[in-house]
Write a protein that binds this ligand. Structure first.
Ligand SMILES: Cc1ncc(COP(=O)(O)O)c(C=O)c1O
Length: 422
């Protein structure tokens, strides 16, 4: 594709140096539909990034757009803090009937602020309040958000350094596959818990992602998650699953922990819960943990009513039957077969490919390669990002509604980008 130089001057002079994705994709996007984004010069890009997992149903999904336009046109409430509204009622009813009840999950629903890190902060605060203990255990390469509490349970050294103050009350433990594969799971963790000389304060909770999205697409085995659940029960710790990136069907089932059969005490959900890319976050917890006093945790932007409208439409449209899960697993197999072919073509360069549902990673020995491949893919018309502590993994996160033809097209571009850069 011929790229004319876009006018980036106002971004470069006015916007802060902190900006990042726009540096990887130096163009000015204008429109987006389904799995395609179009820049102001009319170049079309296939999007395998999906708003970092916030656009599981594609850009400007027509069903959700219709529901939103109808709501706005009839002057439905846009802002209402946590007032009861018809939009919130419709969302809670759909969430209860379509998501919670069929899965036998008894959770209460809390609306913290509208972002993922708000949901994590509320989860950590509640766990500490319930257990009366300050310490939280997290895992190596975890990512839970940028506010100070979430950052304290996040692994990445660069992101942690940005805090500028000590990040306390969090202790990292090895995630699945972190050690040599022969050490029994949780040996170190349980030994520390049982030894009063270990220096580990008894934790209130453990927070975990079932697949670490930012940490490099590290997939926890179902048996590892089950063992973690059992350990939390034995040691009187709450289990928090952060499903902000891997929930809402990304791995197949609505919640990413369903495959393992565990029931977490607290679950955080955000990103694709509104279905439309509108900010909305939920902290879910077992009813007996609902020890909040009215107003003890609040925030101006909790009840995002337009997001409730698209969220309810998303659940009614995509989750009322079991089709979405089956489709995601089938489309995941398409991605897996392409990645297998790429790995077989470049055995000396590729460490491995890994993933579940429609989240996949391709790791390279040369840690600088993934960024070069993502850049080349952009030149060829594909948006993909990298993840892992040294950005050594090419990360594929297409919308769940990406068609098999679009998956083939994007993966052929990826294969060419790998060939051009290895
Ligand atoms: C697992 C996980 N938790 C929390 C967050 C933070 O969400 P937000 O950026 O909306 O604050 C993210 C964002 O990528 C995430 O992937």
């Amino acid at each position: 594709m011929t790229i004319t130089q876009p006018d980036l001057s106002v971004f470069e002079t006015v916007e802060s140096e902190v900006r990042s994705y726009c540096r990887s994709w130096p163009t000015v996007f204008d429109r987006a539909q389904g799995s395609r984004m179009t820049d102001e010069d009319g170049h079309i890009y296939l999007d395998f990034f999906a708003g970092a997992g916030s656009l599981n149903y594609g850009h400007n999904n027509p069903v959700l757009k219709r529901a939103l336009i109808d709501y706005i046109e009839r002057d439905g409430v846009t802002h209402g803090l946590d007032m009861s509204t018809t939009a919130k009622r419709a969302f809670l009813e759909s969430f209860q009937n379509i998501v919670l009840r069929p899965r036998d999950l008894p959770y209460k629903v809390m609306f913290p602020g509208p972002t993922g890190t708000n949901a994590v902060e509320a989860a950590l605060k509640l766990a500490r309040k319930v257990k009366g203990r300050e310490s939280i255990v997290s895992f190596t390469n975890a990512f839970h958000g940028m506010s100070l509490g979430s950052l304290a349970v996040t692994g990445n050294a660069f992101k942690r350094a940005g805090a500028g103050i000590p990040l306390v009350h969090g202790t990292p433990m090895p995630f699945d596959h972190y050690l040599n594969g022969t050490t029994p799971d949780f040996l170190w963790f349980e030994r520390l818990l049982e030894d009063s000389g270990s220096g580990l304060n008894k934790p209130a909770a453990v927070i975990v992602e079932t697949v670490q999205g930012e940490g490099g697409i590290n997939v926890a085995r179902p048996e590892w998650l089950r063992e973690l659940r059992a350990l939390c029960d034995r040691q009187d710790m709450l289990l928090i699953v952060d499903d902000i990136q891997m929930g809402c069907g990304r791995t197949g089932a609505f919640f990413s922990f369903e495959e393992s059969g565990i029931v977490p005490d607290i679950v955080t959900v955000s990103k694709s819960i509104s279905g439309y890319g509108l900010p909305l976050a939920l902290t879910l917890f077992k009813p007996e943990l609902d020890l909040w006093e009215p107003g003890e945790h609040n925030g101006t932007f909790r009840g995002n009513n337009p997001a409730f409208v698209t969220a309810a439409a998303t659940l009614d449209t995509y989750w009322a039957d079991g089709q979405m899960e089956k489709q995601t697993l089938a489309r995941g197999e398409i991605v897996e077969s392409h990645l297998k072919a790429i790995a077989e073509e470049h055995p000396e360069a590729v460490v491995e490919y890994r993933g579940r549902g429609l989240v996949w990673g391709l790791e390279f020995h040369d840690k600088s390669l993934a960024n070069k491949i993502a850049k080349r893919a952009f030149d060829l018309g594909l948006l993909i990002e990298t993840s892992g502590p040294e950005s050594e993994v090419v990360k594929l996160l297409p919308a769940l509604t990406t068609t098999p033809e679009e998956l083939d097209e994007g993966l052929r571009i990826l294969a060419r980008a790998v060939r051009d850069r290895v």
